[in-house]
Design a protein around this ligand. Structure first.
Ligand SMILES: [Zn+2]
Length: 359
């Protein structure tokens, strides 16, 4: 530790312990007896956030308050590279998403579980942001989200898009895959990938093969015979996902109440979605739509009017670029305060630019 950061050593240690325990439990055992964390001085910030086997560099400044978890985030991230790139020795030059992207996804899971899903990265002066949501935020607010796929050699990725495509888009589609298959199956996929490929050199197809093996085994035909349709769009493609709850029409048909609910696909990305419908009498029904057509109508005859409906109620489709149009309520509710949004985005963009320096 630099002497001027000595009081922050505990922050590094606690973050490293959380990451160690999380990886041990959810992916596989850290096989080494030691881990060294080096704290560089502020005027050597070019050496912040770097990974080597059993050795990582962190980064902080004497003025970083507890509610800005940059020091923790760097330790969790760089520790994650002990797995993604070192134990699972992928080729960063050809498929950077396999280490930076997978690691970004785990950084999000660990930070959010340890420090709060809505406050893991920032929890200061009423500003709050979780880690996975900061990845999603970077992805969905990119100027040209449909610029490219996160797959491909580093030099082939569009100029200026390396960080978004490699880190945050990958974390966002990994979280979407988790939403589709559920956390237990996602963990089984990742554990299988770890057991089969640790101390070896896996590539992207090796990972996809495991997904295609386990998802039909655990979930049957829910998503078809394989998940290639997902990877073609989210990883190899530049498809944009956005589903909208377009309208709710309560009407009387042959003296009986009938409701027509219209859900629309705004993007070129096609993915199955749930639609939750809430009736005035308190009942709820969940529907499943394959999400392929441009729009879809549900005609309901429940003898009760519909009060609100929402597409993707559990936010499985984390890549959905606009969550604000996912639900519709017939009676206008008090809108959540959005006054900080613009300021906040500006702040996060600066934050992400700083993070992009790190490896
Ligand atoms: Zn990294």
């Amino acid at each position: 530790m630099q002497p001027e950061h000595a009081d922050q050593a505990i922050r590094y240690i606690n973050a490293a312990k959380a990451a160690l325990a999380y990886f041990d439990k959810h992916l596989g055992k850290y096989p080494f007896p030691n881990l060294t964390i080096v704290d560089p001085p502020l005027d050597a910030q070019g050496s912040f956030g770097m990974e080597y086997p059993t050795f990582i560099t962190a980064g902080t400044a004497w003025f970083v308050p507890v509610g800005l978890r940059f020091p923790e985030e760097v330790v969790v991230h760089e520790f994650g590279h002990q797995y993604f790139m070192q134990l699972l020795a992928t080729n960063e030059f050809e498929e950077a998403w396999l280490d930076e992207g997978f690691n970004q996804y785990y950084e999000g899971r660990i930070m959010d579980e340890t420090y709060g899903a809505r406050s893991a990265v920032v929890d200061l002066f009423g500003f709050r942001m979780g880690d996975l949501e900061s990845s999603r935020d970077d992805y969905v607010h990119n100027d040209d989200i449909a610029l490219g796929s996160s797959f491909g050699n580093t030099w082939q990725l569009p100029v200026g898009q390396y960080s978004m495509l490699t880190y945050t888009k990958t974390a966002t589609w990994m979280r979407t895959l988790e939403g589709l298959v559920g956390k237990p199956v996602m963990d089984e996929i990742m554990q299988t990938y770890f057991i089969r490929w640790k101390f070896k050199h896996p590539n992207g197809q090796n990972f996809i093969d495991i997904v295609n093996e386990l998802v039909p085994k655990r979930l049957g035909s829910k998503y078809g015979t394989d998940m290639n349709w997902f990877f073609e769009q989210a990883l190899y493609g530049d498809n944009v996902f956005d589903y909208e709850l377009l309208s709710i029409k309560n009407q009387i048909n042959e003296e009986r109440p009938q409701t027509v609910i219209t859900v629309r696909r705004n993007g070129d990305g096609k993915i199955p979605v749930d639609v939750l419908v809430h009736f005035k009498n308190g009942k709820e029904r969940l529907f499943f739509w394959d999400g392929k057509a441009r729009q879809h109508q549900f005609t309901l005859t429940e003898n009760a009017d519909v009060l609100w409906a929402t597409v993707d109620p559990k936010q499985k489709i984390y890549m959905d670029t606009n969550l604000n149009n996912n639900s519709l309520t017939l009676k206008p509710s008090s809108a959540p305060a959005a006054k900080f949004a613009t300021k906040f985005l500006f702040w996060i963009e600066n934050w992400m630019q700083w993070l992009a320096w790190l490896a």
